[in-house]
Design a protein around this ligand. Structure first.
Ligand SMILES: Nc1ncnc2c1ncn2[C@@H]1O[C@H](COP(=O)(O)OP(=O)(O)OP(=O)(O)O)[C@@H](O)[C@H]1O
Length: 666
């Protein structure tokens, strides 16, 4: 969907979108036109059928009047045939129009719901990673389910239903006027009064609908949290079954209260509308009876008027329910577009990568801060001369020959998670001048400069929370720095197309994710066109061939939600095999072997060492024993690099690294 050119809106769809915004009370609903802009004919047909259905009913009262005033008095059955057959024809026509409408509603609704979901999903895939740790999964699921359903209903059915009711009023009033203008006076009073009653309390209804949607999202969020594998495990480990139930019940009770108030509001208005209909009927029948008795009108006319009132104005009592539906749809449109308005990754990148930063002018404050950081540094390996923007990042280059690494560098990088959170306001206010001062505690990385020369291995060590994993995120382009640059082969990451970037950099995160799919599908996340033999070779290299032999379904074995059917070590080795298949030129390993036992760690290390030949490796490590052989080690403390050098040099210096190293070797 997103790759297709946007459909050209027609006058009908523009008007339909306007009507949606008006009726739902949500200005955002106008933007929903993009989902049905090419469905102008279907929308026009639906509106036409809605009016036609109401107009067809208009014939009924006249036929009835003829039946009573002209056919019945003759006493001949033959005279009844024509009006009765005509009445039947009207009913058949009305049923045909109704079934055609239902078919079109289903068609339009289907198209619209698929498109909204496609658009939301495509948007989610393009959102910066920073969005996800902050958002509640259940909220997103509610947008995808209830909100899409309500929006789809409003677009395909509810607006048409409102048009039907309006057409009913217009046609009904006209019929009554033609039948007897004197009796139509009663209707003239009733119709506007009904509209006023129906519109009353709309604001309260809208607020209630919004709250209900929020509560539904909250409930879904709780369910998706506690029904996830790790959530369910922790609920049981801490025996919080009752606690979770009570929390759910409390939100459920509030939801119920909101639903009850909505029902109360709706039934009160429905009662008032019904009362209005009864009052009008009584007035018409009383006035009609007087006119009949004084021979000013016929019995057939009064009966026809009663029929017209019932058929055209009766359904108005159900129009009250449309109010609730429209108010709910308004809340849903707001939530759908609030999600779609979260700036996508490209926007965030543009905002962070101001021209000054791209041109290599480091912010003045950064230099000042570094000067005061007390960092002890040896000369770093020289950075390669920046290459042109079209640098060759193809991971397959040199697949047969030795792989070719790329320089990786962080250049005076400042990063704060709190500022990485996307949002409409953030997109506007992301200019460099808006960032907090250098002493602000919200910075998670403070002027980090780090260089990994092509084909070498660099390790990052430091205490928990020092910012090691954050460096892995920035080096792989998952987060973008607010100040400074990350360079791959001398090219700022902002200038590299995401597909090429992610083909060039392979990451084994701290807690690798496995999808609820087969081992083969999880491995092919690394390379979609890998053959089964290549998958087996990768598993073999990651010391997993024994596991594969043990599983009856082999590569087709499903690993379960988040891979919980595998041991922690097996999950991690599967993640390593996945990156082995990706064969990137730069590897970022975040505690990649921490969950392995000594034997399998040795096997994986051998595989990683083999993979690392010629490639650039950035290793985030806790166990200092694993980084001794690194070409260079950076020591982090509170978001800063405080030392760097080789293991031997750093130990000899007797600084932070030596203090970290000694306890771990005791
Ligand atoms: N998504 C996030 N939102 C806000 N703050 C975060 C987020 N992730 C990490 N942080 C904070 O950033 C800082 C650095 O975290 P990071 O994960 O990089 O540390 P680390 O050195 O890798 O620690 P560890 O060795 O314990 O994994 C910590 O203070 C942490 O609380």
């Amino acid at each position: 969907m997103p790759s297709q050119p946007p459909p050209v809106p027609s006058r009908v769809t523009v008007l339909h979108a306007r009507a949606l915004a008006r009726l739902t009370g949500a200005a955002e609903a106008r933007r929903s036109e993009r989902f049905f802009a090419d469905q102008g004919r279907v929308v026009a047909a639906l509106v036409g059928l809605s009016v036609l259905g109401s107009a067809a009913v208009a014939a009924g009262p006249f036929i009835l009047r003829h039946l009573i005033d002209t056919s019945l008095p003759t006493g001949r059955v033959r005279d009844l045939a024509v009006p009765v057959l005509l009445l039947c024809a009207v009913l058949v026509f009305e049923s045909t129009v109704l079934s055609l409408r239902m078919a079109l509603i289903a068609r339009l609704g289907g198209v619209v719901s698929v498109r909204i979901r496609q658009t939301v999903n495509a948007h989610l895939q393009r959102l910066p990673f920073a969005f996800f740790p902050r958002s509640q999964q259940g909220e997103v699921m509610t947008v995808m389910s209830s909100d899409v359903l309500a929006a789809q209903n409003a677009i395909s059915a509810t607006v048409q239903a409102v048009i039907c009711r309006l057409a009913d009023i217009v046609v009904g009033t006209a019929v009554v006027f033609v039948l007897d203008w004197r009796l139509s006076l009663a209707v003239m009073v009733f119709a506007p009064a009904t509209l006023v009653i129906i519109r009353s309390g709309r604001r309260r209804l809208a607020a209630l609908s919004q709250r209900q949607r929020e509560l539904e999202g909250q409930l879904m969020a709780q369910v998706s949290d506690t029904a996830s594998v790790s959530g369910a495990l922790h609920v049981r480990l801490f025996d919080r079954v009752d606690y979770e139930r009570e929390r759910f019940d409390a939100a459920g009770a509030e939801l119920l209260a909101a639903a009850r108030e909505q029902a109360r509001l709706t039934s009160r208005v429905r009662f008032l509308v019904s009362l209005g209909i009864v009052a009008t009927m009584t007035a018409v029948v009383t006035l009609g009876a007087w006119l009949v008795s004084s021979e000013r009108t016929t019995l057939g006319t009064v009966a026809a008027l009663g029929g017209a009132l019932l058929v055209s104005f009766g359904p108005l009592s159900t129009a009250v329910d449309l109010r609730s539906e429209l108010a709910g749809a308004g809340a849903s449109f707001r939530r759908i577009f609030a999600l779609l308005d979260v700036p996508e990754d490209e926007a965030a990148t543009m905002a962070a990568g101001s021209p000054a930063v791209l041109a290599g002018q480091a912010p003045a404050a950064a230099g000042d801060l570094l000067a005061g950081a007390g960092r002890r540094s040896r000369p770093a390996p020289a950075l390669a001369v920046p290459r042109p923007l079209d640098l060759d990042l193809d991971p397959r280059v040199g697949a047969d020959a030795a792989p070719v690494g790329l320089d990786l560098a962080l250049d005076e990088v400042w990063f704060a998670y709190d500022q990485a959170v996307p949002g409409p306001a953030r997109a506007v206010g992301a200019a460099a001048g808006d960032h907090p001062g250098p002493d602000d505690p919200s910075w998670n990385l403070r002027g980090v400069t780090l260089r990994v020369a092509a084909g070498t291995t660099t390790a990052v060590v430091g205490a928990s929370g020092a910012g090691k994993t954050t460096i892995a995120y920035l080096a792989s382009g998952v987060h973008r720095p607010q100040r400074g640059r990350v360079l791959l082969g001398g090219v700022p990451l902002d200038a590299i197309p995401p597909a090429r970037l992610h083909a060039a950099i392979g990451v084994v995160p701290q807690d690798p994710h496995l999808f609820h799919d087969t081992i083969a599908a999880n491995l092919r996340y690394g390379r979609l066109d890998a053959t089964d033999d290549e998958l087996r070779a990768a598993l073999d290299a990651a010391s997993l061939s024994a596991l594969l032999d043990r599983l009856p379904e082999g590569l087709a074995t499903r690993v379960g939600a988040r891979g919980y059917r595998l041991s922690g070590g097996e999950r991690q080795r599967l993640a390593i095999a996945r990156v082995l298949l990706q064969s990137p030129r730069v590897l970022v390993l975040d505690e990649a072997t921490s969950a392995l036992d000594t034997v399998s760690e040795a096997a994986v290390r051998t595989a990683l060492d083999r993979l690392a030949v010629g490639r650039t490796c950035l290793v985030i490590a806790h166990r200092l024993s694993t980084v001794i052989d690194a070409d260079r080690i950076y020591v982090m403390d509170h978001g800063r690099v405080v030392e760097d050098g080789t293991h031997r040099d750093l130990l000899a210096d007797g600084g932070a690294y030596a203090r970290l190293y000694r306890p771990s070797t005791v």
